[in-house]
Structure formats: structure tokens, C-alpha cells
Design a protein. Structure first.
Length: 269
């Protein structure tokens, strides 16, 4: 059986967590990632016998039998590269999603992130929108977080501001950004609210907290958040200055045509 630490999905997960910490998005134990795995590929590395069984605290029958590589609760992203077996775990959902069999990892007796419900509910929503979706990623990028203190949280207004900051934004996330007002984290309630927002976009901002991103692989999801965060940084640098010019709706329509994307309905004039 192959060494699981050499599996492409494991190598990329470790690299992504390390990059996220390096970007300053995941201070201390902030942030979490979950990656939907291919069971056939996984069997090349594991015998698939459960180490122990964990309660999830919610039902997710749509994901029964699915396997996920996920970060652990209370774990620091900076340590993932040094002790992946402690800070990461592979689980298989059973009993309609109410239980998770630990197949590998969390070797210190730990468990999956406290945001596991929000991740799984978001996976369900995104798989319905895009069957190729594999990743849900949560982190705390400083500029996006800061933007939620000073910008209107209306989703159309928030999206349009980000689109106007960088030419690439409407190309990278033409579906825009959805926004949740502050809610208590780690609950089924915020998981349900996030999943509802995920039905129409791959980026959901949690006001005064951070952002959720979803995508087909770790690179795509990282890039989505990275692009939105860069736009928020530019916004914060110019928001207090008189605006001389911006990217107009007419110009964004040209970008739609050039790159074969379609902006979210009703967001451009």
C-alpha cells in the first residue's frame, strides 16, 4: 500500500494550508479546509477500516459514504506541514451523515474542525450547483474582514465594489460574492445560512469574521479567495480618496465577451 503522505491530494492539502498561513489568513487555529476525496484513489493508500467513530451533530444523507480530508479543531495551520497526521484527518460519513468514521489522522485524539457542519452543508449546496465541486475553504483574510466594517453589506454593492477594484475580478468570480451578517460560528445555524448562500456563488463573506470559498480543487478555491482579498486591499487603500475613474459596467461587459464569462444577473447595467 502506498504512503499516504505522498498522495497528490495530501501533498496539495499540506502545501495549501502552509500557503494560507503564510498569507496571514489563518492565525493561530483560525480557518479550516475540507476536500472531498475519490474513494477509489483513497483505497490505494488506506485499508479503509475506521480507527474510531465521531458524532457530527447533524444529518447529511446526501453525503453518506463520502470521504473527506479535513483540518482539525484547535489545530494551527502553521503546524500542518510538520505533523500532518496530527493536524489533518480523513473521515467517511455514515448513518445519514450523523457519524463520521475516522480512517486516518487526528493521531493525538483530536477531531475535525468545529466548522464541520458548515463545510458539509456547503459541500451539499455546491455539489448541487456543480457536481465537480470538491473543496470548501474558510479563512480570515484581513482586508476582506476589514471591509465588512466600513462597506455596505448589500451583496450587489459589495460585489460591484470588488469587481471595480481589479480587472480580473469579474473574470475570476463572475457569480459575485454573497454576505452574511455576523453570526455565532461553529453552529448548525451558520452552516445552514452559509449553504443557502452557496447555492448562488462560490464566495460567502462572514461579516467581521472571514470568508468561505468553494471550488473544484484547492488551487481554484485558494485563487478565488486570493483575488477577492486583493480587491478588498485596493478598496481599503483608496476608499478615503476622491475617485477619478473606475472600471465601468461597459468595460466589464467587454471582459465578459473577451473571457467568455457571464456576470451575475442584474449586477451590471
Amino acid at each position: 500500500m502506498k504512503d499516504i503522505l505522498t498522495a497528490p491530494f495530501m501533498v496539495e492539502m499540506i502545501r495549501t494550508a502552509t500557503n494560507m498561513y503564510g498569507h496571514g489568513w489563518d492565525e493561530r487555529n483560525g480557518g479550516n479546509i475540507s476536500l472531498l476525496l475519490d474513494e477509489a484513489e483513497l483505497k490505494e493508500y488506506l485499508d479503509m477500516r475506521p480507527v474510531r467513530v465521531l458524532e457530527t451533530g447533524f444529518a447529511a444523507p446526501e453525503l453518506a459514504g463520502k470521504c473527506f480530508l479535513v483540518t482539525g479543531t484547535g489545530k494551527y495551520f502553521k503546524n500542518v506541514q510538520y505533523a500532518p497526521d496530527v493536524n489533518l484527518g480523513i473521515v467517511r460519513l455514515t448513518d445519514g451523515g450523523t457519524k463520521a468514521e475516522l480512517l486516518w489522522g487526528f493521531s493525538d485524539g483530536g477531531k475535525f474542525t468545529s466548522e464541520f457542519p458548515a463545510h458539509m452543508m456547503s459541500h451539499i449546496a455546491r455539489l448541487k450547483a456543480d457536481p465537480a465541486n470538491r473543496v470548501v475553504m474558510h479563512c480570515h483574510p484581513a482586508n476582506l474582514l476589514a471591509m465588512t466594517y466600513v462597506h455596505d453589506l448589500d451583496e450587489k454593492a459589495f460585489t460591484r465594489t470588488l469587481w471595480q477594484m481589479c480587472t480580473e475580478c469579474i473574470v475570476v468570480f463572475p457569480d459575485g460574492v454573497n454576505v452574511l451578517p455576523w453570526m455565532l460560528c461553529g453552529t448548525n445555524e451558520i452552516g445552514e445560512a452559509t449553504a443557502k448562500k452557496m447555492e448562488t456563488t462560490r464566495l460567502v463573506v462572514w461579516a467581521q469574521h472571514g470568508i468561505y470559498g468553494a471550488g473544484r480543487d484547492l488551487d481554484e478555491t485558494f485563487g478565488l479567495i486570493e483575488t477577492a482579498e486583493k480587491a478588498a486591499e485596493i478598496y481599503l487603500k483608496i476608499a478615503h480618496l476622491p475617485l477619478k475613474q473606475t472600471i465601468t459596467d461597459e468595460q466589464m461587459h467587454l471582459l465578459e465577451q473577451r473571457f467568455g464569462v457571464k456576470a451575475r444577473e442584474g449586477y451590471l447595467s
